[in-house]
Design a protein around this ligand. Structure first.
Ligand code: GCW
Length: 698
């Protein structure tokens, strides 16, 4: 999109919003809801609780604040006797008089303060963006019906970089995206960009990597840089920076150099020029996210250089502009007898302390690849001299695409609360990530986005909650899943108290249920090759062993599971205090088959055999989906019919799939276990060969 077009889009948006504010309230009943407003739904907002709001400041960001409040049906003015005052000490006499300068400064550039002072609510910050965050926080209080008569809120985001990663390709397709096409690639006049920016700002997301990490050099050509500059113009008032994924071999493809060796002076100069060119167009450009020497991508090792050589070369080009490099640790080679779970640690840990100060290592939450459940990645707690930022996957590559209802805050909480024991008990991943453990200032977190061109953004209304949850946890990695689920439900679906309790309960149960019918007890990567939708535990035809499910479960006549202890690959020793996983007595059962190869008759804590326990886990996952469908049916009338029906349809697909998962896995594993299904597990709907014959369709 060109700059002019971006400005035009902004104008049209403003007109549309005014129309909405002025006319829609007179239109009578609320029509069906298509989900496009996400959690920014203000029709139920009890605006009379607020009176008028004075927005005291002039800038593009203050305009965003005004528009948002208008959109919420609130009277916006500038007078000091309004009931809410929003501004900075230097733009608001009232805020100036309060003498908060020092305290506001302590809250940092993105922090804000909200205080009820006699009968005025004051929302203040030292920056426009801080007041925008404060405004969205205040709106959330109203949307979730919190008391506002005695507000005493000081907030600062715990993490500095709170980014979405978009795996968007040149042709507008999205790798592992299930909600339509890209919001910007192949789209020229996209008014949705503004709504995307609003939604992100409302949850504190402050950056977007706009292209796929499987990068094409074309993205660095002038044509695309101009496009990204126009996007950056749209995002800027919302506090969102643009980042790019450069292809490491771009100096060859675009610069016609004979090499992309990071120590070659001509290569170094090429990147410096390229980065300078980017900053001329995008003065607040954030930096680069790099996938190098991974799954066929070029990188420094192509030239016998190290990951640190590659990262530091790019970091040097970005440093004069305050840009950063996020270097991905998703690196694994395949040697015979190798355990992929140990690869990233082996490849990257030796470089702790060798990266430039503006480099972060971006590490997936688990050691393999966004599986339904993985133990935390051992690099968290192993890099005291390197900022390590987690990469979470919001899009559900291994979790039923946009068809399965799973609230991912539960998974992310489990990850963030995991104890690395790096400095004794209580050294949680959250403390590594927020810089507390190693006193690091450069901190961040990334989420691979689940957004797309679909009207409801995420392909499934309930999965909007995962975008929301990611932003909320990025702002505060200590927030409880329950709080996030409750906020989202009230803002997005309903205020009916009984319905809220029910939906929140389902959200909190959903993660365990999906793990149960896909990969219980530490199983992982049982997916059909390529698309990763349904089960194919028998799969063994990929060219690389570690792309085959049989490599991961290792089922045989003796038992099942991947032995990662001393008798096996011993990658468990990459953890501090490895005996908590390697000792069978201590290993949590949810990770049993991740770390151990155990016999089918192994006695579980319940007293049952492993085989029986596994079968019952699969069954309980199916049971949960069935009861959730029934519960959801009772909520018709509380939720608008359009979204209620759409969600019902998705739950029906989820039930079909859960049954398929249970049957395909149990029938296949039964060929090794050679035992009957225990009581309480339904007989399979089809035969094993039928399940093998064709993939589950989505
Ligand atoms: O899990 C794999 C995905 C790839 C992805 C890769 C990565 C972007 O299947 O689609 O590529 O991870 O994270 O780099």
């Amino acid at each position: 999109m060109s700059r002019k077009k971006a400005q035009k889009a902004q104008k049209i948006y403003l007109y549309a919003l005014n129309f909405f504010v002025l006319f829609v309230p007179f239109c009578g009943h609320v029509k069906a809801d298509d989900g496009s407003r996400l959690w920014l739904r203000y029709d139920q907002l009890p605006s009379r609780r607020v009176g008028s709001i004075a927005v005291q400041g002039q800038s593009a960001t203050f305009d965003v604040i005004r528009r948002e409040l208008l959109g919420a049906g609130i009277v916006v003015g500038n007078s000091d006797d309004a009931s809410v005052v929003i501004g900075l000490p230097q733009t608001s006499t009232l805020i100036h008089k309060l003498g908060w300068e020092a305290e506001l400064k302590n809250l940092g550039p993105e922090g804000f303060r909200i205080r009820t002072i006699r009968n005025v609510i004051v929302i203040a910050s030292t920056t426009d963006i801080g007041t925008l965050y404060g405004t969205f926080h205040f709106l959330r209080l109203l949307q979730t019906e919190q008391p506002i008569d005695r507000l005493q809120i000081d907030q600062t985001p715990r993490l500095k970089l709170r980014l979405l990663n978009h795996w968007d390709n040149l042709d507008g397709s999205i790798e592992r995206g299930y909600a339509g096409k890209s919001l910007w690639m192949g789209v020229d006049d996209n008014r949705r960009l503004l709504d995307y920016a609003r939604a992100n700002a409302s949850i504190g997301i402050n950056g977007s990597v706009v292209n796929n990490v499987n990068a094409n050099s074309e993205f660095l050509t002038a044509k695309y840089l101009k496009k990204f500059a126009a996007i950056a113009d749209v995002f800027r008032p919302f506090g969102i920076r643009v980042y790019l994924s450069p292809r490491f071999s771009a100096p060859i493809e675009l610069g016609k150099l004979p090499t992309a060796d990071p120590l070659d002076p001509a290569v170094i100069e090429w990147w410096k020029q390229k980065v300078d060119e980017i900053y001329k167009l995008i003065p607040d450009f954030g930096g680069f996210l790099v996938k190098a020497n991974s799954e066929g991508q070029p990188g420094p090792r192509t030239y016998n250089r190290t990951h640190a050589d590659g990262a530091n070369m790019l970091a040097a080009a970005l440093a004069p502009h305050q840009g950063i490099v996020m270097w991905r640790a998703f690196v694994y080679d395949m040697k015979p007898g190798y355990d992929r779970a140990g690869a990233a640690y082996e490849n990257l840990q030796p470089f702790d302390g060798k990266f430039a100060p503006n480099v972060l290592l971006q590490v997936k939450n688990g050691p393999i690849d966004f599986q339904p459940r993985e133990p935390f990645h051992p690099l968290f707690g192993a890099m005291p001299r390197t900022p390590v930022m987690p990469e979470l996957q919001i899009t559900q590559e291994y979790l039923g695409f946009d068809n399965h209802f799973v609230f991912l805050a539960s998974m992310w909480r489990e990850f963030l609360d995991s104890d690395t024991y790096a400095h004794g008990r209580g050294s949680t991943v959250a403390k590594v990530v927020d810089g507390e453990l190693y006193r690091q200032r450069l901190t961040g977190i990334a989420g691979v986005a689940n957004t797309g061109s679909d009207t409801n953004w995420t392909g499934y209304d309930l999965l909007q909650a995962n975008w929301y949850a990611f932003g909320r946890l990025a702002w505060d990695p200590q927030l409880s899943s329950e709080q996030i689920a409750t906020e989202w439900t009230k803002m997005t679906l309903t205020h009916d108290a009984r319905a809220v309790t029910t939906i929140v309960r389902l959200m909190l149960e959903s993660y365990e249920a999906v793990v149960n019918y896909m990969t219980p007890l530490g199983l992982h990567h049982l997916f059909w090759g390529g698309h990763h939708y349904g089960p194919a535990p028998w799969w063994d035809m990929e060219k690389r062993d570690d792309w085959n499910p049989v490599y991961y479960h290792k089922a045989d006549a003796f038992g099942i599971g991947f032995d990662r202890t001393k008798t096996g690959s011993d990658t468990v020793s990459q953890y501090h205090l490895p005996q908590r996983f390697s000792d069978l007595q201590q290993c949590p059962e949810k990770f049993l088959l991740w770390f151990h190869h155990v016999p089918w008759n192994y006695k579980m804590k319940s007293g049952r055999t492993l085989w029986d326990e596994m079968a019952l886990h699969y069954q309980s996952g199916v049971d949960w989906v069935r009861s959730t469908r029934a519960t959801w049916a009772t909520l018709s009338g509380v939720i608008d019919p359009e979204r209620h029906a759409a969600i019902s349809k998705k739950l029906a697909i989820q039930e079909r799939d859960a049954v398929w998962w249970r049957d395909a896995c149990l029938l296949y594993f039964q060929t090794f276990a050679k035992q009957p299904l225990p009581r309480g597990v339904e007989p399979p709907a089809k035969t094993l060969s039928e399940y093998k014959e064709r993939a589950l369709e989505w």
